[in-house]
Design a binder for this molecule. Structure first.
Ligand SMILES: *[C@@H]1O[C@H](CO)[C@@H](O)[C@H](O)[C@H]1NC(C)=O
Ligand SMILES: *[C@@H]1O[C@H](CO)[C@@H](O)[C@H](O)[C@H]1NC(C)=O
Ligand SMILES: *[C@@H]1O[C@H](CO)[C@@H](O)[C@H](O)[C@H]1NC(C)=O
Ligand SMILES: *[C@@H]1O[C@H](CO)[C@@H](O)[C@H](O)[C@H]1NC(C)=O
Ligand SMILES: *[C@@H]1O[C@H](CO)[C@@H](O)[C@H](O)[C@H]1NC(C)=O
Length: 425
């Protein structure tokens, strides 16, 4: 089916804003633009590369996003003590979940504000601190800055960030879109392979005429996802969780996961749940996420307690029964990783969890008159033991990684040198 996404591509952001005040020679980066007409916002993801070592909470405040949401989006285990103060390594690639609005007819995120610090320039804020997700000119325009050479320390700047939603679908399947800043080493084929999509799909989505991509371009990369169907009045309406990751919702009371086996959103009480409203399905003894079934000659009678959204501070639950040809196996969960300490090749370019299964514990039969019960025996959000193989693998790999990590540093240096040169013009 031909792609019907109405996109204007090849919009040269930097050319749009004819730079009157500076003589800086810009790279002309392309960015995929999605026109929009209503005021609905939607969920999207930013691909962010850390410019320096940062605490989880510092990354969160750069984007004004819940730190727990950043961790769960990257399948990082939040059960580690003091995980919000964990220091993430420079050059780590993270997916940042954001709300994508419709502003002046195009999709963008405008909820991020940055408080300037001494020695910040618009270029360092754009290229380094926000890792190329925004340009200096876009920040200048968004804040009507007439003289970019004078930035007051402590000034609060709106940082417009690129995002797309395309109705939460890609080729009619649920998807959420990652705004990906092309690095010098990238090829379209490489990006397609890394995100389990195809070159054709990337070209369609981004309305590209050729496979050529350039350092600094921003691509919309579709990530297969699990969609919710909460009512419009739910505060988490439109929740969509990319395959291989988690989301936390309902005031940290509910965690939802997607994959790896199927793309059905699965929600259950979160480990962080402190004071939460009831998560029991009405007229049953089932809690959110519980699934029971009974094999009969007609098939498998499956009863499940589902999450239906967060409404007025209440966790909506619904009980469903269905007759299925086969009884479902234990719920599977995307593998969690330990909070990263070093940049591995994977985490640098894209944190894709290794296809290792865990968390899908053994069924826990309960003597409660419920016939057969399976639950993912998750200790909270929790999942794999603290010293999961992934954690040790990343430290073992650090020597290998050092050589790989030089490329991005060289890139940062390159930006820096360029900046210096442009300032001396
Ligand atoms: C958006 O997706 C919904 C279903 O999720 C569909 O009903 C609607 O027609 C789609 N809209 C567009 C413009 O594709
Ligand atoms: C979801 O992720 C798992 C593990 O990463 C992968 O095996 C599976 O193919 C993915 N599903 C889709 C629809 O992309
Ligand atoms: C139901 O889910 C809760 C919370 O996840 C879990 O603690 C409990 O063991 C489950 N009970 C049954 C009967 O499956
Ligand atoms: C399936 O189970 C539910 C509850 O256990 C029961 O009310 C319902 O009648 C059953 N349906 C069938 C088709 O067996
Ligand atoms: C939420 O609460 C307000 C008042 O507290 C009420 O007017 C509104 O109808 C409620 N919404 C829903 C969906 O229950």
């Amino acid at each position: 089916m031909p792609n019907q996404k109405p996109i204007f591509q090849n919009l040269f952001f930097l050319l749009l804003s004819l730079s009157i005040f500076t003589n800086v020679a810009h790279v002309s980066s392309k960015s995929t633009i999605e026109p929009c007409s209503n005021s609905d916002s939607c969920n999207a993801v930013l691909g962010y590369t850390l410019y320096t070592d940062l605490k989880v909470s510092e990354v969160a405040s750069l984007f004004q996003v819940d730190p727990i949401a950043i961790l769960t989006s990257n399948a990082i285990d939040i059960s580690y003590p003091d995980v919000e103060n964990h220091i993430l390594p420079s050059q780590l690639f993270l997916k940042i979940p954001i709300t994508c609005s419709c502003v002046d007819g195009i999709r963008k995120s405008v909820s991020t504000k940055y408080k300037t610090r001494p020695s910040d320039t618009l270029s360092t804020i754009a290229d380094s601190i926000y890792s190329g997700l925004v340009s200096a000119d876009q920040i200048r325009e968004a804040n009507s800055i007439s003289d970019p050479s004078v930035l007051d320390v402590g000034q609060s700047l709106v940082v417009p960030l690129p995002c797309t939603c395309f109705n939460g679908t890609d080729n009619s399947l649920p998807a959420t879109y990652l705004s990906y800043v092309v690095k010098p080493v990238d090829t379209l084929a490489g990006i397609a392979a890394r995100y389990l999509t195809t070159i054709t799909d990337l070209m369609d989505v981004n309305a590209m005429g050729s496979t050529a991509i350039k350092d600094g371009d921003i691509l919309a990369v579709p990530l297969p996802a699990c969609a919710s169907n909460f009512p419009r009045y739910a505060s988490d309406f439109g929740l969509i969780v990319p395959n291989g990751s988690y989301a936390i919702t309902a005031s940290h009371c509910v965690q939802c996961s997607c994959g790896p086996g199927n793309l059905n959103l699965y929600c259950m009480p979160a480990s962080l749940a402190v004071s939460c409203s009831s998560m029991q399905c009405r007229n049953s003894n089932l809690m959110l996420g519980n699934v029971t079934f009974q094999q009969s000659s007609a098939g498998c009678n499956v009863t499940a307690c589902h999450y239906g959204g967060y409404v007025n501070g209440t966790i909506v639950t619904s009980l469903s029964t269905s007759l299925q040809p086969r009884c479902p196996g234990a719920q599977q969960f995307p593998p969690l990783i330990a909070p990263p300490n070093s940049v591995t090749r994977d985490s640098m370019f894209a944190p894709s969890p290794s296809p290792q299964s865990n968390g899908a514990g053994t069924p826990t039969p309960k003597s409660s008159g419920v016939p057969t019960t399976t639950t993912g025996s998750l200790p909270g959000l929790g999942l794999p033991p603290a010293n999961s193989p992934i954690a040790s693998a990343s430290s073992d790999a650090s020597s290998l990684v050092n050589s790989l990590a030089t490329f991005p540093s060289a890139f940062v240096l390159f930006i820096f040198v360029k900046l210096m040169m442009s300032m001396s013009l």
